[in-house]
Design a protein around this ligand. Structure first.
Ligand SMILES: [Mn+2]
Length: 390
């Protein structure tokens, strides 16, 4: 092999460095039906049949996949050695042979966290319980360890190529947002607005990175409202939260608009305070800052203006990556999770998205994606500086 290593090859090199350093024999991903996002992350293509990716601490990485998907994996050229199987038993035999070839008593890293409830490792915890039990059965002499730190190494800090993909994902999201806003008028339903935005994204080669949220009127007081058939009305606040996934990299932005010419004083005040909190939180993003401190900047402003704790019931932000809620620091209250104590580092991308929600009336959320740089930060998206009235 010659030439510049591609993105996934560099991931494999990095993974192997980690395995060597921690004396782990191999990192094993066993999955099917697109359940483990680390598979497309490493393969550059999505396999749906049962397959395994074996990354030994030294030597060649191998993929064992179905005969049907083997040519596709080969063409993606991210992992050189591709072994195809026909029958299910063949898969197990090949997996067994290859792992035991690496070690007779292997130490194997798998994608789970030691304690999900204290670590908050949703983005890491991708192996199914059934697969875990099957592997324990298949390799009775193996020791299984968590791949959490390995995955943090590979996913938290974005490469230049990854940043470019995120920028593209942000650009598509911003254009989809404009489409959504053009569609909003009294009588149009939430699902219709979401559909226009999604159609636009798909024409640009992207998909929504999560189901698009269009929350109108009282629905906007629910941060995770499930977009429904409510007709948008004059006098509504409308929260539109959407993101694009482009080549496995995500974006996540939220705009809030008002339907009508003159927003009531309460809505205007909610918007102004959320905006002040959001901009101040963005200004505080720089390397070395603990994530909870960014949350505190936003939260203090919202509380100072007389809003209650329950009016801002979520964190200020989260990292984005191959998952829209990715691995890394949680910009939430101190003590909320271990992840809130983590420090921001150059190359991380986080959302900054404070909101204010008044049940029965409506809500406001303002969300941008922000890259942490060596010197401070770069805002990848840009929400408007005023409440847009439609
Ligand atoms: Mn978000």
């Amino acid at each position: 092999m010659c030439g510049v290593p591609n993105m996934s090859n560099s991931k494999i090199i990095k993974a192997q460095e980690y395995l060597k350093k921690h004396d782990i024999d191999l990192w094993l991903i066993v999955t099917a039906e697109g359940k483990d996002i680390h598979s497309p992350f490493l393969l550059g293509t999505r396999c749906y049949g049962r397959h395994a990716i074996i990354i030994p601490k030294e030597g060649e990485a191998t993929v064992i996949c179905t005969l049907m998907e083997a040519p596709m994996v080969q063409k993606a050229k991210q992992i050189e050695k591709v072994v195809a199987y026909k029958k299910s038993e063949e898969f197990t035999e090949k997996l067994k042979d290859m792992v035991y070839e690496i070690s007779k008593k292997p130490v194997i890293a798998l994608n789970y966290v030691e304690n999900l409830y204290t670590e908050g490792g949703e983005a890491v915890n991708t192996i199914t319980h059934g697969d875990y039990l099957a592997l324990k059965d298949l390799f009775p002499d193996a020791t299984f360890v968590s791949a959490q730190k390995l995955l943090e190494n590979l996913r938290m800090i974005k490469t230049m190529e990854e940043v470019k993909l995120h920028e593209k994902a942000v650009k598509i999201a911003l254009e989809a947002m404009k489409k959504a806003i053009e569609t909003i008028k009294p009588g149009v339903t939430e699902v219709e607005v979401a559909a226009e935005a999604e159609y636009f994204m798909r024409k640009r080669g992207a998909t929504p990175s999560f189901p698009i949220i269009v929350a109108s009127g009282p629905n906007s007081a629910d941060p995770h409202h499930q977009t429904g058939e409510r007709k948008i009305q004059e006098g509504d606040l409308v929260v539109i939260d959407l993101g694009a996934e482009y080549k496995l990299r995500t974006s996540d932005i939220t705009w809030t608009v008002y339907v009508g010419e003159h927003p009531p004083e309460l809505f205007q005040r909610m918007f102004n305070v959320a905006l002040e909190a959001q901009r101040a939180a963005i200004r505080s993003v720089k390397p070395g800052v603990e994530a909870w401190k960014i949350d505190k900047v936003a939260r203090d402003i919202i509380l100072k203006h007389g809003f209650k704790e329950e009016d801002f019931p979520h964190s200020t932000g989260h990292p984005i990556g191959i998952d829209v809620h990715d691995i890394g620091p949680l910009l939430g209250e101190k003590g909320k999770s271990k992840k809130a104590e983590m420090k921001l580092l150059p190359g991380m991308i986080v959302t900054i998205e404070p909101g204010i929600y008044i049940q029965g009336k409506g809500g406001v959320r303002i969300e941008d994606d922000v890259l942490v740089t060596e010197k401070g930060h770069k805002v990848l998206s840009k929400t408007p500086d005023r409440l847009i009235c439609i």
